[in-house]
Design a protein around this ligand. Structure first.
Ligand code: PEP
Length: 250
């Protein structure tokens, strides 16, 4: 497991041709970035383009991730994509529990636990997203809320003894340009690392932050312990910004 992971979540922002253009145009730089010591680059485009991106980047160390997967193994689930199929098209990672999936697709904590099982069975590393709303943050209830999100999925992943990544993404920071302050991040990541130590002693694990990460606001992350990388939405759509984020931290 590399110490610095940079996950680009393109959401539904790059349709087929644009996603391929991005990879073709920036292949040389992506190859260089992904070869940096202790650095891992994961691109998460939408389903339709995964296979083609895997082909374009096959001779680089860039890894591929999906943005969600079915909690089911196989069967009559119209519109869903299975973890085993994602593995076949070249995914080694998959985001699960993203707040937009929780909000628009009604994904529950129990669904996230099932998705994690399917992914680990398929040898895909789950990137498990958790994060509180503004209201919960203001009520100072974040840790209790995050624990409720994490408990069902952690109970399942331990028996696999395989690597997982937890992404802390406060909902009030996603796409808003508003960042938590350093003290708050220290509190959350110290707590998460304790969870990792006590509940994930059989797994390798990494902790990443997501929410309005941009080259201009990276200072806040200076010397935060137990932070192993970033999940980047908007800024990952622009190669120069994404590259800057990687270079600032590696
Ligand atoms: C995200 O939605 O995962 C995310 C981190 O978005 P943004 O960087 O745009 O806030």
């Amino acid at each position: 497991m590399k110490n610095n992971v940079f996950i680009a979540n393109w959401k539904m922002n790059k349709p087929f041709a644009l996603a391929l253009d991005f990879c073709t145009q920036h292949k040389t730089e992506l190859k260089k970035l992904s070869s940096r010591p202790h650095t891992e680059i994961v691109l998460c485009p939408s389903f339709d383009v995964l296979f083609s991106v895997a082909e374009i980047l096959s001779d680089t160390l860039v890894n591929l991730g999906a943005q969600t997967c079915s909690p089911h193994e196989r069967g009559a689930y119209t519109g869903q994509v299975s973890a085993s199929s994602l593995k076949e098209v070249g995914c080694d990672y998959c985001i699960i529990g993203h707040s937009e999936q929780r909000q628009y697709a009604n994904v529950s904590n129990e669904d996230v636990a099932e998705q994690a099982i399917r992914l680990l069975e398929a040898d895909i590393e789950p990137i498990i997203c958790i994060g509180e709303t503004k209201k919960i943050f203001e009520q100072d209830q974040a840790i209790r809320f995050l624990e409720e999100q994490l408990n069902p999925v952690l109970a399942e992943v331990t028996s696999f003894e395989k690597p997982i990544t937890i992404a802390y993404e406060p909902i009030w920071s996603i796409g808003t340009g508003i960042m938590p302050d350093r003290d708050y991040l220290i509190k959350i990541f110290t707590w998460l690392s304790r969870i990792g130590k006590y509940k994930l002693s059989h797994n390798e694990w990494r902790l990443v932050y997501g929410g309005s990460v941009d080259p201009e606001n990276m200072d806040v992350f200076t010397s935060i312990n137990h932070l192993h990388g970033f999940l980047v939405g908007s800024a990952s759509l622009d190669f120069q910004k994404f590259e800057k984020i990687v270079l600032l931290k590696t």
